[in-house]
Design a binder for this molecule. Structure first.
Ligand code: FAD
Ligand code: MLT
Ligand code: ZN
Length: 518
């Protein structure tokens, strides 16, 4: 019988995001102890003393601008995955670019090491200290500076929360050209510092293209400002690019000027069940061709990631009919509802007829649309269900993308480590999902607790595998602490030398986010 997606449509069910995290909350190990063989405190760095505290107080002129209490420091010292923990005794919360400049100048003169911190949602241990580095939080610099309704250029402080920026733009008919699951906490400055990719890079491109200008403070206190940059400006080196993706290694971003597209009026989201990775690729090729300019996201998730997510959210999968080895989330966005609806429905019906898609649902309203996205965005949190997660965020040629998950699963099975329901096994599950549209895989190894034994099975195996396929060991999350020793798997010696030269030039004392990046 002729099958179409339409006669298989079911309503997407509400997805509730679990508010609380930490199923098996274990204390977070000290980074300096876990990785004691890989890192030791730089003896050239000064240790914080009373005089320094007084000096910072005089700069900030606000008792809430300095955090020193042990319990209050915990949030800033620990990372989102509860994998890394630093030992900072001080968080500073400046409220102006000038205050950031005075703080950095003093730290540079005194050789006090610092860690810039945005929303602390980073996934490579970049936003937390390793030893006693001072944390400079940008949370107090959170204002919209201006928005031009004609050009679509938003100028804001670096500490503005991404979701707040997007909500503001929505009121003006515009959209922030980046969206990601951590939008409620991450900062625009943090996004720029990590060159975050996210869910709609396929449509809006990377921040290297949409950021027009930046304001940033160099370690010696110099304020670099290119906030007035125009869309076209070929006068000399494009210096802002140095800071995009620099992960706090060169300076602190305090302001961002970004070009925002007009907000699409119509969004459609469909979730599809497919039987093979081969089919995922074919559906992607077809979607690019047939949905063309309205295709705004193409995400894939393997079946195992869905089991974890279902268990985490404590609800059934939105596609209840059967379990599939792979799922695809497609989003279209445009300006003509009739056109977009018809395009997507025809495309999906064709993929079913061709046997590429086995089942699927299309969100029927705004709530269902949000629920389907929430399902996808819950995977990172679901991966922490057992107690911890080893994350590998990689770029690979499309044909090899899922091969990494299969190779790692084989390796873990060989080592007799995996047991979804067997608590005696250290690994819960190795799952794969990600932004297929950008050639970006997220391999997550959900574990019951972080352990050297598991890490040694995974590393450098994963990095060697990626290198053998000419991929990148960091597609969008960055290098941070996790990958600083592995950069050579993706960059060559000349590239690494040039990076080190830059770092030495702008940060000769090495105070900016030490022990990380390169
Ligand atoms: P932080 O985590 O605070 O910092 C990250 C790095 O940037 C650190 O090295 C820090 O020192 C530096 N930094 C922060 N602010 C500044 C500044 N103002 N100046 C200089 N350096 C600074 N990432 C993606 O790319 N795509 C995704 O789809 C995605 N989804 C996520 C979903 C979840 C649930 C979570 C928890 C994370 C996700 N991430 C994703 C990772 C993370 O959210 C992004 O990397 C984000 O851009 C980090 O922003 P932040 O403000 O939290 O920065
Ligand atoms: C995502 O795509 O969900 C993010 O990059 C976060 C993650 O990989 O955990
Ligand atoms: Zn991602």
């Amino acid at each position: 019988m002729f099958r179409t997606l339409q006669n298989r449509l079911v309503s997407a069910k509400p997805v509730f995001l679990a508010a609380q995290r930490g199923y098996a909350v274990k204390s977070v190990p000290l980074t300096a102890e876990t990785y004691s063989t890989k890192v030791s405190r730089n003896p050239n760095f000064k240790k914080l003393d009373e005089q320094d505290l007084q000096h910072f107080s005089s700069i900030l002129q606000d008792p809430h601008g300095l955090i020193t209490g042990e319990d209050d420091l915990l949030f800033y010292n620990e990372d989102w995955m509860r994998k890394y923990r630093g030992q900072s005794q001080l968080v500073l919360k400046p409220k102006s670019t000038e205050q950031v400049s005075s703080i950095l100048k003093y730290c540079n003169d005194q050789k006090l090491a610092v860690v810039p911190q945005g929303g602390n949602t980073g996934l490579v241990g970049g936003s937390n200290p390793v030893f006693d580095e001072i944390i400079i939080s940008l949370a107090g610099l959170n204002k919209i500076r201006s928005f031009n309704e004609v050009s679509g250029i938003l100028k804001c402080d670096a500490g503005l929360i991404l979701e707040n920026a997007d909500n503001y733009l929505a009121e003006h008919g515009y959209i922030f050209p980046l969206d990601l699951g951590a939008k409620g906490s991450c900062h625009v400055g943090g996004n720029v510092a990590t060159n975050a990719g996210g869910l709609r890079l396929l449509k809006y491109g990377s921040l290297h293209g949409s950021v027009l200008g930046l304001e940033a403070v160099l370690p010696d206190g110099t304020i670099y400002n290119s906030m007035e940059s125009l869309r076209k400006d070929n006068t000399g080196y494009d210096l802002k690019q140095l800071f995009i993706g620099s992960e706090g290694s060169l300076g602190i971003i305090t302001g961002v000027s970004i070009l925002c597209p007009s907000r699409p009026q119509v969004f459609n989201v469909a979730l599809l069940g497919v039987s093979s990775y081969e089919a995922v690729q074919k559906v992607f090729v077809g979607a690019r061709k047939e949905l063309s300019e309205i295709l705004s996201a193409f995400e894939f998730m393997d079946g195992k990631s869905q089991l974890l997510t279902g268990r985490h959210l404590k609800i059934d999968h939105p596609i209840e009919s059967a379990e599939y080895p792979f799922y695809i989330l497609i989003e279209t966005s445009g300006s003509n509802k009739e056109h977009d609806d018809e395009k997507l429905e025809t495309f999906l019906a064709n993929t079913m007829e061709e046997g590429l898609v086995d089942d699927g649902i299309i969100a029927q309203d705004e709530t269902q649309l949000k629920n389907l996205w929430a399902w996808r965005e819950s995977i990172p949190e679901a991966s922490t269900i057992g107690g911890g997660v080893y994350k590998y965020d990689v770029s690979l040629p499309l044909k090899d993308l899922y091969g990494l998950v299969e190779a790692v699963n084989e390796k873990l099975v060989e080592a007799d480590m995996v047991g979804f329901d067997d608590e005696s096994k250290p690994v819960v599950e190795a799952i794969g999902y990600g932004h297929v549209g950008d050639g970006n895989l997220h391999l997550n190894v959900a574990v019951r607790e972080y352990s050297k034994t598991i890490e040694q099975v995974l590393e450098p195996f994963v990095y060697e595998w990626i290198q053998s396929k000419k991929g990148s060991i960091s597609a969008e999350h960055g290098l941070g602490f996790q990958k600083k020793n592995y950069i050579g798997y993706t960059k060559n010696d000349v590239e690494i030398k040039l990076m080190k030269d830059l770092k030495k030039h702008y940060d000769p004392n090495g105070i900016m986010n030490p022990y990380k990046y390169i």
